[in-house]
Design a protein around this ligand. Structure first.
Ligand SMILES: [Zn+2]
Length: 113
């Protein structure tokens, strides 16, 4: 399972920079991160998680660790229900297969463009 050794919020670039064990660094734009919010109010209750494009102006207000397995994110509009597990952050990163940004959906954990 993927684990980060560093998570940095680069405010001026509006990105999260995640360095993984092994040294690869993923750069996730904040609107992209919001588009993949895994919470039930964004995704409903099913085994499908879809990308919901968010405004380019979407920004992060706060970040915190949840146990040893996830990142909590509060966006500037106050939305903070998404718990981004390390595994989830890895799945939506540009370094997991298929490589590059993902804007489709995951059905039972499997990506479909
Ligand atoms: Zn959400």
């Amino acid at each position: 399972m993927a684990r980060p050794i560093d998570v940095a919020h680069i405010s001026r670039e509006n990105t999260l920079s995640i360095t993984w064990e092994g040294g690869v660094t993923s750069v996730l734009p904040v609107p992209y991160l919001r588009g993949w919010c895994p919470c039930a109010s964004c995704q409903g209750h099913s085994n499908t998680v879809s990308f919901h494009p968010a405004p380019e102006s979407t920004r992060v207000a706060a970040l915190w660790e949840v146990g040893a397995y996830a990142l909590g994110v509060r966006f500037e509009d106050g939305h903070d229900d998404g718990i981004y597990s390390w595994d989830w952050l890895w799945k939506i990163s540009e370094h997991s297969a298929p490589l590059g940004p993902k804007t489709g959906r995951f059905v039972a954990g499997r990506y479909t463009p």
